[in-house]
Design a binder for this molecule. Structure first.
Ligand SMILES: [Zn+2]
Length: 263
């Protein structure tokens, strides 16, 4: 019986992840262009032909159509199935960790919003308030339902997460006389603090700065861009938040135990 419930759970989580992933592609394309995410239905950006439901099956349609529009044969970006697969995998991980619990619904929303925010930030260097600010509210509401985080910890996460980056941005502008950190990053870290609590903030800042710097150096070295080339920070904040959600407390515990063993 337990095995059956488990199997159904994984199937449902994977199925939902793929469907929501497909919807995320619509959001990633339309929200920064200020278009409605409901109307009109999916259509080819090249020839405008509307996409039939049987050609809009997440991941599978891309493979069957071999990455081309059925009417005009224009290539479809591999990013579409990639976003769908990424969201599916995240939902499967969430079910593995939380199983059948009310918390999982909030975490489904959280990870999908992080995926949408990351790709919009990559494309447009903006993080829409529509996503980050509703994420802050949703995270605080979630803290009333999720075990392991109290509403106070969530609110402190908003204040400390948003406040820390605000201070960094403020000091940078004072010293460099130009804008460094975008306001979108500040609201995103506030959203992450709302969902994960203030305890996650140091981890998220450390991991995102480290991975961001590492990738930044690689991009400059490989693409020979000049050092002023701006890399969006949202994907790194999102990555660090996901890492914390799945294994953060374990990693912090492991790290602290190293210190104890050594000294
Ligand atoms: Zn087309």
């Amino acid at each position: 019986m337990n095995n059956l419930l488990n199997t159904i759970g994984y199937l449902a989580a994977g199925f939902l992840g793929a469907i929501v992933g497909s919807f995320l592609n619509v959001c990633i394309y339309r929200i920064p262009r200020s278009q409605s995410i409901v109307f009109p239905g999916s259509h080819c950006p090249k020839c405008g032909a509307s996409i039939a439901f049987y050609d809009n099956v997440p991941i599978l349609s891309y493979i069957i159509l071999r990455g081309k529009c059925r009417s005009c044969h224009a290539p479809i970006s591999p990013r579409y199935p990639l976003v769908e697969a990424l969201n599916t995998i995240l939902y499967l991980f969430l079910f593995m960790k939380y199983g059948w619990s009310p918390a999982i619904l909030f975490y489904f929303l959280f990870v999908s919003m992080l995926v949408a925010i990351s790709f919009i930030d990559l494309d447009f260097r903006i993080i829409p308030d529509r996503l980050s600010l509703s994420g802050v509210m949703l995270g605080v509401i979630a803290s009333f339902f999720i075990k392991g985080i109290t509403p106070l910890e969530s609110l402190l996460g908003v204040v400390i997460g948003g406040g820390f980056l605000f201070l960094v941005a403020f000091l940078y502008e004072m010293i460099a006389h130009k804008e460094g950190m975008g306001g979108g990053d500040i609201k995103l870290l506030a959203m992450i603090g709302a969902f994960l609590g203030w305890q996650a903030i140091p981890f998220v800042i450390l991991v995102s700065s480290f991975t961001g710097a590492l990738i930044g150096i690689l991009v400059i070295a490989i693409k020979k861009r000049d050092a002023k080339f701006a890399i969006p920070f949202g994907p790194f904040l999102s990555f660090a938040a996901l890492l914390y959600l799945f294994v953060g407390p374990e990693m912090v515990h492991w790290y602290l135990s190293l210190g104890r063993a050594g000294g």
